[in-house]
Design a protein around this ligand. Structure first.
Ligand SMILES: [Zn+2]
Length: 267
């Protein structure tokens, strides 16, 4: 039977970590965040070893002895299967973010839709998303399983905890596996709500002041996130003020021509 919860506490045995990865794989599959053998999950067992899902297996059907242990260079230390094909991306994140101990990669359909459209999830639409993620950028496309993919996410790893991967999927990470998984779930939820506001044709963004209050609450709750916030991220109602008008060059030229014409007529 598949596990449906993960073990409590931070200090866990290797067996508990193995069961936790299988539980998260089951959740990703159950929620439709991965299809077929998509996705991969890993956690840092200690400063030198990483426990990862294997390649070419449905993440909803893994058992503890399917998992693979590698070193931080990706060399297999134990396991009868081969390590995830996206392990290099996980290892980059562990190298760049010493406080990160778990990484989830999946293809949740709505967030992946935003990634395929090249659209970041960067608007202050949901208080919980501002608290947990700030905003979620889009990394440029890189062929899966190659150095291109690692190079594409590299500039964003330091500053974000969730990244949309263009024409591919989503990667999230955190101090423990449950946090990394929750960030995946929050990213997909955020994308679904953002899509509904697009369908409704109306978005009411939080103000800069609202976002400031959420950031103060984030510190109060002790939420650890690298997610930066600035005037542009997430985009607030102040930036998208109704007083501001955005025009294409063509529209601007048409307006200027029209004004000049009307001026000539008056003379
Ligand atoms: Zn993938």
């Amino acid at each position: 039977m598949m596990p449906d919860s993960i073990s409590p506490g931070a200090l866990k045995s290797e067996d508990e970590h193995r069961r936790d990865i299988c539980a998260v794989g089951h959740w990703l599959h159950q929620r439709g965040f991965v299809a077929a053998t998509d996705g991969n999950i890993s956690l840092r067992l200690d400063p030198r070893r990483v426990l990862t899902s294997p390649t070419n297996i449905c993440k909803g059907m893994m058992t503890s002895d399917d998992l693979v242990i590698t070193d931080l260079e990706g060399q297999k230390l134990s396991g009868r299967r081969n390590a995830s094909s996206e392990l290099a991306m996980h290892l980059l994140i562990y190298r760049r973010r010493p406080e990160v101990n778990a990484v989830c990669h999946a293809h949740p359909p709505v967030a992946t839709g935003y990634a395929a459209a090249g659209l970041p999830l960067d608007k202050a639409l949901l208080s919980e998303a501002v608290l947990a993620l700030g905003c979620v950028p889009v990394a440029r496309y890189g062929t899966p399983g190659t150095a291109e993919l690692t190079e594409a996410i590299e500039p964003l790893v330091q500053s974000y905890d969730a990244i949309l991967m263009a024409n591919h999927g989503v990667v999230t990470y955190g101090p423990d596996l449950l946090t990394a998984f929750f960030r995946m779930e929050t990213t997909e939820h955020f994308a679904r709500v953002a899509l509904v506001t697009e369908l409704l044709g109306k978005q009411v963004l939080l103000s800069g002041e609202d976002v400031e209050k959420l950031l103060a609450a984030r510190a109060r709750y002790g939420l650890q996130t690298a997610a930066p916030t600035s005037a542009e991220c997430p985009v607030t109602s102040d930036a998208a003020s109704p007083d501001r008008v955005t025009l294409t060059r063509q529209e601007l030229e048409a307006l200027v021509e029209d004004a000049v014409r009307q001026d000539r007529v008056r003379r």
